[in-house]
Every structure is written in C-alpha cells, then in structure tokens.
Unconditional design. Structure first.
Length: 69
C-alpha cells in the first residue's frame, strides 16, 4: 500500500508537506520533515483506499529538543 499523506503542522510555525509513505502514519509516531522531527497527533482518511493507494491527512506538532533549543 502507498499512502499519499498531507502533513499539516499545528501552529503554522513550520511548512507542512505532502509525501508518499509505505507505512501508514500512526498517532504518536515520529516523522521527519526537512530537518525537524514532528509527532503525529491525528490521522484522518481523506477518501477510502483504492487498489494499493490511499490519501491521508496527518496533523503534526514539532518536537522540542530536550535542551529547549
């Protein structure tokens, strides 16, 4: 299955992304977009899967570094 995922970043501080993924994103999983890592907060199906393809929307938030920088 190929997932076309629209990543939208909470707060708008970072640009989102649209990417093809081979694994479905899950709430709590970590994705890297550019140099920044994000936690997946929500995943919604945009349209039902068709053949070996599915469109998803994922809301993400940036992960703050442990040292606060």
């Amino acid at each position: 299955m190929i997932y076309k995922v629209s990543y939208v970043v909470i707060g708008g501080e970072y640009p989102g992304s649209i990417r093809n993924e081979t694994e479905r994103p899950q709430v709590g999983s970590i994705v890297q977009i550019g140099r920044v890592k994000f936690e997946v907060m929500e995943v919604q199906e945009i349209i039902p899967p068709r053949d070996d393809f599915q469109f998803l929307h994922a809301t993400v938030r940036p992960i703050k570094p442990a040292n606060g920088h």
